[in-house]
Design a protein. Structure first.
Length: 326
Protein backbone atom coordinates (compact mmCIF):
# COMPACT_ATOMS: atom_id res chain seq x y z
CA UNK A 1 0.00 0.00 0.00
CA UNK A 2 1.59 3.32 -1.02
CA UNK A 3 1.92 6.25 1.37
CA UNK A 4 -0.93 8.25 -0.21
CA UNK A 5 -3.35 5.34 0.16
CA UNK A 6 -2.28 4.82 3.77
CA UNK A 7 -2.98 8.49 4.49
CA UNK A 8 -6.38 8.30 2.80
CA UNK A 9 -7.39 5.22 4.79
CA UNK A 10 -6.18 6.79 8.04
CA UNK A 11 -8.03 10.00 7.24
CA UNK A 12 -11.27 8.14 6.54
CA UNK A 13 -11.02 6.32 9.87
CA UNK A 14 -10.36 9.57 11.70
CA UNK A 15 -13.64 11.01 10.38
CA UNK A 16 -15.65 8.39 12.26
CA UNK A 17 -16.71 9.22 15.85
CA UNK A 18 -14.67 7.71 18.65
CA UNK A 19 -16.14 5.25 21.15
CA UNK A 20 -16.35 8.00 23.77
CA UNK A 21 -18.14 10.39 21.39
CA UNK A 22 -20.63 7.74 20.35
CA UNK A 23 -21.49 6.79 23.93
CA UNK A 24 -21.93 10.42 24.94
CA UNK A 25 -24.13 11.00 21.89
CA UNK A 26 -26.37 8.17 23.09
CA UNK A 27 -26.34 9.67 26.62
CA UNK A 28 -24.80 6.72 28.44
CA UNK A 29 -24.27 7.56 32.10
CA UNK A 30 -20.77 8.45 33.24
CA UNK A 31 -20.06 5.27 35.23
CA UNK A 32 -21.03 3.03 32.32
CA UNK A 33 -18.89 5.09 29.95
CA UNK A 34 -15.92 4.70 32.30
CA UNK A 35 -16.43 0.92 32.45
CA UNK A 36 -16.73 0.56 28.67
CA UNK A 37 -13.74 2.81 28.04
CA UNK A 38 -11.56 0.93 30.54
CA UNK A 39 -12.59 -2.36 28.93
CA UNK A 40 -11.84 -0.92 25.48
CA UNK A 41 -8.38 0.14 26.64
CA UNK A 42 -7.75 -3.42 27.86
CA UNK A 43 -8.90 -4.75 24.49
CA UNK A 44 -6.43 -2.48 22.67
CA UNK A 45 -3.63 -3.81 24.90
CA UNK A 46 -4.76 -7.40 24.34
CA UNK A 47 -4.89 -6.88 20.56
CA UNK A 48 -1.35 -5.45 20.59
CA UNK A 49 -0.05 -8.41 22.58
CA UNK A 50 -1.85 -10.95 20.38
CA UNK A 51 -0.31 -9.44 17.24
CA UNK A 52 3.13 -10.81 18.16
CA UNK A 53 2.10 -13.81 20.25
CA UNK A 54 3.51 -16.46 17.85
CA UNK A 55 6.98 -15.08 18.69
CA UNK A 56 6.57 -15.96 22.37
CA UNK A 57 6.19 -19.23 24.25
CA UNK A 58 2.49 -20.04 24.75
CA UNK A 59 2.87 -23.45 26.31
CA UNK A 60 0.14 -24.15 28.83
CA UNK A 61 0.96 -23.35 32.43
CA UNK A 62 0.64 -25.87 35.24
CA UNK A 63 -2.35 -24.01 36.69
CA UNK A 64 -6.01 -24.56 35.94
CA UNK A 65 -8.90 -22.18 36.43
CA UNK A 66 -12.07 -22.77 38.42
CA UNK A 67 -13.59 -24.46 35.37
CA UNK A 68 -10.88 -27.14 35.44
CA UNK A 69 -9.40 -25.77 32.22
CA UNK A 70 -5.66 -25.37 31.67
CA UNK A 71 -4.69 -21.70 31.68
CA UNK A 72 -2.38 -20.30 29.06
CA UNK A 73 -0.16 -17.30 29.87
CA UNK A 74 -2.45 -14.99 27.88
CA UNK A 75 -5.48 -16.12 29.91
CA UNK A 76 -3.69 -15.09 33.09
CA UNK A 77 -2.36 -11.83 31.61
CA UNK A 78 -5.75 -10.74 30.24
CA UNK A 79 -7.49 -11.59 33.50
CA UNK A 80 -4.99 -9.56 35.52
CA UNK A 81 -5.19 -6.60 33.13
CA UNK A 82 -8.99 -6.45 33.17
CA UNK A 83 -9.22 -6.95 36.94
CA UNK A 84 -6.76 -4.10 37.57
CA UNK A 85 -8.52 -1.76 35.14
CA UNK A 86 -12.09 -2.43 36.27
CA UNK A 87 -11.74 -2.92 40.01
CA UNK A 88 -11.66 0.83 40.83
CA UNK A 89 -14.75 1.41 38.65
CA UNK A 90 -17.12 -1.32 39.88
CA UNK A 91 -18.84 -2.39 43.08
CA UNK A 92 -17.66 -5.95 42.45
CA UNK A 93 -16.12 -8.08 39.72
CA UNK A 94 -16.56 -11.64 38.52
CA UNK A 95 -14.09 -13.23 36.13
CA UNK A 96 -14.41 -16.55 34.39
CA UNK A 97 -10.86 -17.24 35.54
CA UNK A 98 -11.56 -16.55 39.24
CA UNK A 99 -13.29 -18.89 41.68
CA UNK A 100 -15.10 -16.18 43.68
CA UNK A 101 -16.51 -12.69 43.37
CA UNK A 102 -13.90 -9.92 43.67
CA UNK A 103 -14.58 -6.87 45.84
CA UNK A 104 -14.48 -3.59 43.97
CA UNK A 105 -14.74 0.05 45.04
CA UNK A 106 -17.23 1.60 47.45
CA UNK A 107 -20.09 3.73 46.14
CA UNK A 108 -20.14 2.34 42.59
CA UNK A 109 -23.41 1.66 40.77
CA UNK A 110 -22.40 -1.34 38.66
CA UNK A 111 -20.70 -4.71 38.96
CA UNK A 112 -18.79 -6.18 36.02
CA UNK A 113 -18.48 -9.79 34.89
CA UNK A 114 -16.10 -10.78 32.11
CA UNK A 115 -14.49 -13.55 30.12
CA UNK A 116 -11.06 -12.00 29.55
CA UNK A 117 -10.00 -14.18 26.61
CA UNK A 118 -12.64 -16.31 24.91
CA UNK A 119 -11.32 -18.99 22.56
CA UNK A 120 -7.78 -19.09 23.94
CA UNK A 121 -7.35 -22.66 22.68
CA UNK A 122 -7.04 -21.02 19.24
CA UNK A 123 -3.98 -18.98 20.18
CA UNK A 124 -1.29 -21.35 18.96
CA UNK A 125 -2.89 -21.35 15.48
CA UNK A 126 -3.41 -17.55 15.32
CA UNK A 127 -7.16 -17.98 14.97
CA UNK A 128 -9.81 -15.52 16.24
CA UNK A 129 -10.29 -14.92 19.95
CA UNK A 130 -12.38 -12.45 21.92
CA UNK A 131 -13.30 -10.74 25.18
CA UNK A 132 -16.84 -10.59 26.64
CA UNK A 133 -18.14 -8.35 29.42
CA UNK A 134 -21.37 -7.35 31.12
CA UNK A 135 -22.10 -4.42 33.45
CA UNK A 136 -24.75 -5.37 36.03
CA UNK A 137 -26.69 -2.89 38.14
CA UNK A 138 -25.76 -2.78 41.82
CA UNK A 139 -23.54 -5.19 43.69
CA UNK A 140 -23.50 -8.96 43.36
CA UNK A 141 -24.70 -11.34 40.68
CA UNK A 142 -26.34 -14.51 42.02
CA UNK A 143 -30.13 -14.77 42.09
CA UNK A 144 -30.72 -12.19 39.37
CA UNK A 145 -31.56 -12.42 35.67
CA UNK A 146 -29.86 -10.60 32.84
CA UNK A 147 -33.19 -8.99 32.05
CA UNK A 148 -33.38 -7.41 35.50
CA UNK A 149 -29.72 -6.70 36.16
CA UNK A 150 -27.74 -6.15 32.94
CA UNK A 151 -27.26 -2.46 32.13
CA UNK A 152 -24.80 -2.88 29.26
CA UNK A 153 -22.67 -5.54 27.63
CA UNK A 154 -20.26 -6.07 24.82
CA UNK A 155 -17.53 -8.11 23.24
CA UNK A 156 -14.26 -7.60 21.40
CA UNK A 157 -13.20 -9.71 18.46
CA UNK A 158 -9.48 -10.08 17.71
CA UNK A 159 -9.24 -11.20 14.09
CA UNK A 160 -8.50 -9.64 10.68
CA UNK A 161 -9.48 -6.40 12.42
CA UNK A 162 -10.11 -5.74 16.09
CA UNK A 163 -13.75 -4.88 16.69
CA UNK A 164 -15.73 -3.90 19.77
CA UNK A 165 -19.51 -4.33 19.83
CA UNK A 166 -21.43 -2.77 22.72
CA UNK A 167 -25.09 -2.35 23.67
CA UNK A 168 -26.99 -0.73 26.49
CA UNK A 169 -30.20 -2.33 27.78
CA UNK A 170 -33.01 -1.19 25.50
CA UNK A 171 -30.61 0.44 23.03
CA UNK A 172 -28.95 -0.53 19.76
CA UNK A 173 -25.83 -2.63 19.40
CA UNK A 174 -23.02 -0.58 17.88
CA UNK A 175 -19.88 -1.76 16.15
CA UNK A 176 -16.49 -0.08 16.65
CA UNK A 177 -13.29 -0.85 14.75
CA UNK A 178 -9.81 -0.29 16.14
CA UNK A 179 -7.98 2.20 13.92
CA UNK A 180 -4.67 3.85 14.86
CA UNK A 181 -5.08 3.07 18.53
CA UNK A 182 -8.72 4.18 18.90
CA UNK A 183 -12.06 2.46 18.46
CA UNK A 184 -14.08 4.24 15.76
CA UNK A 185 -17.82 3.97 15.18
CA UNK A 186 -18.68 1.59 12.33
CA UNK A 187 -22.46 1.81 12.71
CA UNK A 188 -25.28 -0.17 14.24
CA UNK A 189 -25.36 -3.96 14.10
CA UNK A 190 -28.67 -5.09 12.58
CA UNK A 191 -29.12 -8.85 12.41
CA UNK A 192 -31.20 -10.33 9.57
CA UNK A 193 -34.49 -11.96 10.59
CA UNK A 194 -33.26 -15.14 8.92
CA UNK A 195 -29.93 -16.30 7.63
CA UNK A 196 -28.35 -19.13 5.63
CA UNK A 197 -25.96 -20.45 8.30
CA UNK A 198 -25.90 -22.54 11.46
CA UNK A 199 -22.80 -22.78 13.64
CA UNK A 200 -22.11 -25.61 16.06
CA UNK A 201 -19.80 -28.61 16.30
CA UNK A 202 -21.28 -31.15 13.87
CA UNK A 203 -18.89 -33.82 15.12
CA UNK A 204 -20.99 -34.10 18.29
CA UNK A 205 -24.11 -35.14 16.34
CA UNK A 206 -24.21 -38.65 17.93
CA UNK A 207 -24.84 -36.98 21.31
CA UNK A 208 -27.50 -34.53 20.13
CA UNK A 209 -31.10 -34.80 21.32
CA UNK A 210 -33.75 -35.73 18.71
CA UNK A 211 -35.11 -32.21 18.19
CA UNK A 212 -31.73 -30.69 17.37
CA UNK A 213 -30.87 -33.59 15.08
CA UNK A 214 -34.15 -33.13 13.20
CA UNK A 215 -33.61 -29.38 12.75
CA UNK A 216 -30.08 -29.84 11.36
CA UNK A 217 -31.21 -32.63 9.04
CA UNK A 218 -34.06 -30.44 7.79
CA UNK A 219 -31.78 -27.40 7.49
CA UNK A 220 -29.41 -29.27 5.18
CA UNK A 221 -32.33 -30.17 2.93
CA UNK A 222 -34.25 -26.89 2.97
CA UNK A 223 -37.07 -28.46 4.97
CA UNK A 224 -37.21 -26.10 7.98
CA UNK A 225 -39.95 -23.42 8.04
CA UNK A 226 -37.45 -21.05 6.38
CA UNK A 227 -37.32 -23.26 3.29
CA UNK A 228 -33.59 -22.48 3.06
CA UNK A 229 -30.76 -24.94 2.54
CA UNK A 230 -28.41 -23.86 5.31
CA UNK A 231 -24.63 -23.99 5.25
CA UNK A 232 -22.49 -24.79 8.28
CA UNK A 233 -19.92 -22.28 9.58
CA UNK A 234 -17.95 -23.00 12.75
CA UNK A 235 -14.81 -21.30 14.11
CA UNK A 236 -14.90 -22.80 17.63
CA UNK A 237 -14.41 -19.34 19.14
CA UNK A 238 -17.69 -18.12 20.59
CA UNK A 239 -17.17 -14.41 19.90
CA UNK A 240 -16.18 -15.07 16.28
CA UNK A 241 -19.15 -17.35 15.63
CA UNK A 242 -21.56 -14.91 17.30
CA UNK A 243 -20.17 -11.87 15.47
CA UNK A 244 -20.47 -13.50 12.05
CA UNK A 245 -23.98 -14.67 12.90
CA UNK A 246 -25.17 -11.22 13.97
CA UNK A 247 -23.88 -9.74 10.72
CA UNK A 248 -24.89 -12.48 8.28
CA UNK A 249 -27.79 -14.29 9.96
CA UNK A 250 -28.63 -17.80 11.07
CA UNK A 251 -27.67 -19.01 14.53
CA UNK A 252 -24.60 -20.03 16.50
CA UNK A 253 -24.29 -21.89 19.76
CA UNK A 254 -23.75 -25.00 21.81
CA UNK A 255 -26.56 -27.40 22.76
CA UNK A 256 -24.95 -28.68 25.96
CA UNK A 257 -24.72 -26.68 29.20
CA UNK A 258 -21.22 -25.49 28.45
CA UNK A 259 -21.29 -21.69 28.21
CA UNK A 260 -21.20 -19.56 31.34
CA UNK A 261 -24.43 -17.67 31.92
CA UNK A 262 -22.85 -14.72 33.75
CA UNK A 263 -19.73 -14.11 31.67
CA UNK A 264 -20.77 -15.25 28.20
CA UNK A 265 -24.40 -16.16 27.52
CA UNK A 266 -26.24 -13.27 29.22
CA UNK A 267 -23.94 -10.46 27.98
CA UNK A 268 -24.05 -11.84 24.44
CA UNK A 269 -27.84 -12.14 24.72
CA UNK A 270 -28.11 -8.43 25.58
CA UNK A 271 -25.95 -7.49 22.59
CA UNK A 272 -28.03 -9.80 20.39
CA UNK A 273 -31.24 -8.11 21.55
CA UNK A 274 -29.72 -4.73 20.71
CA UNK A 275 -29.02 -6.04 17.21
CA UNK A 276 -32.59 -7.29 16.77
CA UNK A 277 -31.50 -10.90 17.28
CA UNK A 278 -32.47 -13.46 19.94
CA UNK A 279 -30.59 -15.70 22.38
CA UNK A 280 -32.25 -18.85 23.73
CA UNK A 281 -31.21 -21.64 26.05
CA UNK A 282 -33.30 -23.93 23.87
CA UNK A 283 -36.51 -23.33 25.79
CA UNK A 284 -36.68 -19.56 26.32
CA UNK A 285 -34.82 -16.27 26.43
CA UNK A 286 -31.39 -16.47 28.09
CA UNK A 287 -31.97 -13.03 29.62
CA UNK A 288 -34.80 -14.52 31.70
CA UNK A 289 -32.68 -17.28 33.27
CA UNK A 290 -31.83 -16.51 36.94
CA UNK A 291 -28.22 -17.06 37.94
CA UNK A 292 -28.11 -19.86 40.51
CA UNK A 293 -24.37 -19.75 41.12
CA UNK A 294 -21.41 -17.73 39.88
CA UNK A 295 -20.14 -20.22 37.31
CA UNK A 296 -23.47 -21.64 36.15
CA UNK A 297 -23.46 -23.03 32.61
CA UNK A 298 -26.27 -23.07 30.04
CA UNK A 299 -26.90 -24.13 26.45
CA UNK A 300 -26.98 -21.23 23.97
CA UNK A 301 -28.61 -20.72 20.57
CA UNK A 302 -28.10 -17.13 19.41
CA UNK A 303 -28.93 -15.45 16.14
CA UNK A 304 -31.69 -14.46 13.77
CA UNK A 305 -35.03 -14.29 15.57
CA UNK A 306 -36.99 -16.47 13.17
CA UNK A 307 -34.27 -19.11 12.90
CA UNK A 308 -33.88 -19.48 16.67
CA UNK A 309 -37.67 -19.52 17.17
CA UNK A 310 -37.95 -22.25 14.52
CA UNK A 311 -35.29 -24.25 16.35
CA UNK A 312 -37.13 -23.90 19.68
CA UNK A 313 -40.26 -25.14 17.94
CA UNK A 314 -38.61 -28.48 17.21
CA UNK A 315 -38.45 -29.14 20.97
CA UNK A 316 -35.81 -31.20 22.76
CA UNK A 317 -32.79 -29.34 21.40
CA UNK A 318 -30.77 -29.20 24.63
CA UNK A 319 -28.06 -31.82 25.09
CA UNK A 320 -27.08 -33.10 28.51
CA UNK A 321 -23.70 -32.36 30.10
CA UNK A 322 -20.74 -33.98 28.38
CA UNK A 323 -16.97 -33.56 28.38
CA UNK A 324 -14.84 -33.78 25.27
CA UNK A 325 -11.09 -33.75 24.70
CA UNK A 326 -11.30 -30.41 22.85
Amino acid sequence: MNRLLVLLVAGAAALQPTLRAALHREKWDAELVAIVEATADCCVAIADRLATLPLTDQAETRSVNVQGEAQQPMDVWCDAAMTAALRPLAASLASEEADAEIAGAAGKSYSVAFDPLDGSSNLDASLPTGTIFGAYRGGGFVGRTGRDALAAAGYALYSASTELVVARAGGPARRFVLARGEFRDAGAVVAPRRGPYYSLNDAREPDWPPGLRRWVEDAKRGATPAGTKYSSRYVCALVADVHRTLLKGGWAGNPRPHLRLLYEAAPLALVAEGAGAYASDGAGNVLDVPLAELHERVPLFLGSVDDVRDLEGYGDVRQGPARYAA
